[in-house]
Design a protein around this ligand. Structure first.
Ligand code: ADP
Ligand code: ASP
Ligand code: MG
Length: 814
């Protein structure tokens, strides 16, 4: 005999029920028991409707109507017209009883657990009856059997306990005599010995099927559902989750206990004792192999087999000096909870015996506080014990695997992974069987925790980086294109899965939780919502992805003020915007400090020398114990471009214009020409070398006439350049006369920084600097006479974008 169970989604509509029929038809056993759930969504609807009725809310009638329609429609679609009338009349009579029950609840304004069970049982009773009639009229050798006549329970309504002996004997009697190959039965429902309808707990149809399988010593129990098996984590929350093909009963039980809803936890027990294998299959992809659950089936020594979670948990702690060495406190604590029917999901006790802490379901909290505080009122009044402490809105994540006990370091790896991703752990428990390690965390961190742990334990070291990009001008758009081009390489060679989740410019912004397609991001962005910096941050925060990176490609001061918000939420910041690092020293320090505190890198390599590895090199020098004595540099790609191309046959105005058009200057060219940009850069290098310095302390020997410096628009600025051509030509001639070239040089030595135009003679390191190149000479303790030199293209969108890219990869390797 085979037992097949079909869940709510599998029987949600006539189309799906036809799939179910095909699966049942193809199953080759001599006898088949088919256990079905209520049509998808009906159980919830019955529960909601009955609550409305008992709250004397007339809108319960709407729910009732929806329930009626769904079942009548199913009959009309599945059953041939000539056979419909008897079936319709039976179903309508059931629906009338349901209506009467709801009306009763409405009139009295009450819903006892007993009445609730009676009402909710109609979901399964109706679905199984309709499906059995459909099978019959469609030529299957089938009959209907009401599980309430087989499964006997106590009267713990809502979650009744099965009388195993009686139930098995009822099943044997029935199946011995059953004449038809297929029996269709309602899941979830049962009855007490006095004949009242009871239910086996939410998700209980799996259990019904297991009980029948065990009673009949079936060859196999097949659970047909809407996923292709038991996954390494809930596939709805972890996209990368994989189906586990083989798993032991104990592992499956542990995973389901900690929230893998695909199997109702009590299901395993009956089949385990008879060693009946369970297979979990997908109704919508019957060809998929599924998961095979059996004895000692724990996958060739693999350690962690799955990760699961239970949401809506609260922690209840009892603590106080009066607990130390006093026997019986734990017993009283647990007895109190048990008397209130509160189930304890997790327990931890500090070895000092100073406190006991348990995880319970959120919905039991009020009841628990009241009961525990009453039970310990004497100790509380005499301050031996504190009133019970409660923390709500938590969740448990658990790693599960039979072989975890023989492996060291798993809990270390688990907690460091959570820590790195800034998931705060509130409590920890490890089962004595060492089959699971659980951590209590904040509910809002669940998705991040599951995904980080999954990445760590199952994804062959592929690390996902989730980017939120603000600013898609010259640099930003090149950056996105580079990512598009390199995505495959990064994944295959560097094991980095880089996804762009959000993009914004000053007009619009767009998000895609699965990653924005970079093929046509321009259109997606143009069709996005109105841009808003605060809303952008809020979305990044709410999405709460692991390894989130905020990429600032703007030159905006306002945007740079938002970095602390990102860093404090463990979101790394990568930026080519120099404002933050060159603003107040205190702000710069604060950002560095936050980055350290929240484990969220703050990288700005492109602030100096675009894509050249200047800051990174400096960091390595310092980290290895070197000390910077002097820095000499030409740091403005824009000014270099200007002075390399300027001579007595062109105008200064035209060259600056060309630099701007070719993307070598900041959007506001005065920032470059006034020397401010160079001041910012040398300031950042001085700070990164370990010096406390502010921009006002830097000497700037500006070459621009005052008039040009004071313009307040780009047009006015260019106009003033035209007017002052003579001044610029004079600068050129003075240099030419001494066989020198003009270079805008930055220098830092003995705690002092200065910038300005200098005449560089032939033979100097700076003399042959081409185009927009930058050069930095680091004189350090280890490089005292011959400096460490970094030289190359120091401006331009393409190289700046690749510098940002390099920072992203650094975060990937972090
Ligand atoms: P049914 O109605 O068929 O009984 P359920 O909704 O009870 O189906 O269970 C299937 C669901 O369990 C899946 O759709 C999935 O969202 C959830 N689930 C949670 N954890 C896991 C897991 N580890 N593997 C597979 N599914 C899981
Ligand atoms: N219909 C019930 C529920 O939704 C039982 C089940 O589907 O397993 O909980
Ligand atoms: Mg289920």
């Amino acid at each position: 005999m085979k037992v097949l169970k079909f869940g709510g989604t599998s029987v949600a509509n006539p189309e799906n029920i036809n799939r179910v029929k095909a699966i049942v038809q193809n199953s080759n056993a001599k006898k088949v028991a088919v256990v079905v759930s209520a049509f998808g969504g009906i159980t919830d609807l019955l529960l909601n409707t009955s609550h409305l009725a008992s709250n004397q809310d007339l809108s319960y009638k709407k729910g009732l109507k929806e329930i009626e329609d769904k079942h009548i429609e199913a009959i009309r679609e599945l059953i041939p017209v000539q056979a419909q009338s008897t079936i319709l009349s039976k179903v309508k009579s059931d629906l009338n009883v349901l209506e009467t029950l709801l009306e009763g609840s409405f009139l009295i304004g009450e819903l006892t657990p007993k009445l609730s069970d009676k009402i909710v049982s109609y979901g399964e009773l109706l679905s199984s009856f309709i499906i059995s009639e459909f099978f019959k009229t469609d030529g299957l050798d089938a009959e209907f059997k009401d599980s309430r006549q087989l499964i006997t329970t106590d009267e713990k309504y809502g979650n009744a306990n099965v009388n195993v002996e009686k139930t098995y004997s009822n099943c044997n009697t029935y199946f011995e005599k059953a004449k038809h190959r297929i029996t269709v039965l309602p899941g979830f429902v049962a009855s007490s010995s006095s004949g009242n309808s009871t239910t086996l707990g939410r998700g209980g149809s799996d259990y019904t099927a297991a009980i029948i399988a065990a009673a009949q010593e079936a060859d196999i129990l097949e659970i047909w559902t809407d996923v292709s098996g038991m996954f390494t984590a809930n596939p709805k929350l972890v996209k990368q989750a994989k189906c586990v093909s083989n798993i032991s009963y104990e592992e499956a039980m542990e995973l389901s206990h900690f929230g893998a809803k695909v199997l109702y936890p009590p299901t395993i027990q009956p089949v385990l004792s008879k060693e009946i294998p369970i297979v979990i299959k997908n109704t919508f992809k019957p060809e998929d192999e599924g998961t095979y659950i059996a004895k000692n089936n724990n996958g060739n020594g693999k350690t962690v087999r799955g990760i699961s979670h239970v949401g809506n948990i609260s922690l209840l702690s009892l603590e106080g000096p009066g607990m130390i060495g006093v026997p019986g406190i734990s017993k009283r604590f647990f007895e109190t909870l048990s008397l209130e029917n509160i189930s304890v999901v997790l327990i931890t006790q500090a070895s000092s015996e100073h406190s006991i802490c348990v995880g319970i379901s959120d919905e039991d909290v009020e009841k628990a506080i009241e009961a525990v505080n009453t039970a310990f009122d004497y100790e509380i009044a005499s301050t031996k014990i504190k009133p019970v402490l409660v923390e709500k809105d938590l969740a448990i994540v658990a790693l599960v695997g039979d072989n975890m006990k023989s492996h060291q370091g798993l809990s270390g790896k688990m907690f460091s992974t959570l820590g790195k991703n800034n998931v705060n752990i509130r409590a920890i428990a490890q089962g004595a069987s060492e089959r699971n390690i659980s951590a209590v965390i904040t509910k809002t961190d669940v998705k991040k925790a599951l995904n980080s742990l999954h990445e760590e334990f199952f994804e062959e070291n592929i690390k996902q980086l989730n980017l939120f990009v603000m600013g898609v001008g010259n640099v930003g758009s090149k950056f996105l294109n580079q990512i598009k081009q390199q995505k495959k390489y990064l994944k295959e060679e560097l094991k980095l899965n880089v996804r762009v989740i959000g993009i914004s410019n000053s007009r619009t912004m767009t998000f895609d939780e699965d990653g924005i397609s970079l093929k046509d991001w321009e259109t997606t962005l143009a069709n996005g919502q109105k841009a808003d910096k605060e809303a952008f941050f809020k979305t990044v925060k709410t999405l709460n992805y692991r390894n989130s990176v905020f990429v600032d490609n703007t030159a905006s001061g306002q945007v740079s003020e938002s970095y602390p918000d990102y860093l404090k939420n463990s979101i790394s910041v990568v930026t080519c915007n120099k404002i933050a690092c060159s603003s107040d020293y205190d702000y710069y320090r604060k950002l560095k400090q936050l980055a350290k505190q929240y484990n969220s890198p703050f990288l700005f390599e492109t602030n100096v020398g675009a894509g050249l590895p200047i800051i990174d090199t400096l960091k390595h020098l310092i980290a290895s114990g070197d000390k910077v004595k002097k820095i000499q540099a030409v740091l403005s790609g824009s000014l270099n471009f200007v002075f390399n191309n300027f001579n007595d046959s062109v105008t200064f105005h035209d060259i600056v214009k060309q630099a701007q058009e070719e993307g070598y200057t900041e959007p506001d060219p005065t920032i470059d020409l006034s020397g401010i940009d160079v001041m910012r850069k040398i300031l950042i290098l001085a700070r990164e070398s370990g010096n406390q310095l502010d921009i006002e302390q830097i000497e700037n020997d500006a070459f621009l006439p005052k008039e040009s410096l004071e313009t307040n628009s780009n047009e006015a600025f260019f106009e003033s350049l035209k007017k002052n051509e003579v001044t610029f030509q004079k600068l050129f001639k003075e240099a030419k006369d001494v066989d020198s070239k003009l270079k805008y040089v930055a220098q830092f030595e003995n705690g002092k920084a200065k910038v300005g135009l200098q005449r560089i003679p032939k033979g100097h390191d700076f003399y042959n600097l081409e185009g927009s190149d930058n050069i930095v000479l680091f004189y350090t303790e280890r490089y005292p006479n011959q400096p460490l030199i970094i030289k190359g293209a120091g401006a331009g969108a393409e190289v700046t974008a690749s510098g940002i890219f390099a920072d992203i990869i650094r975060i990937g390797n972090f």
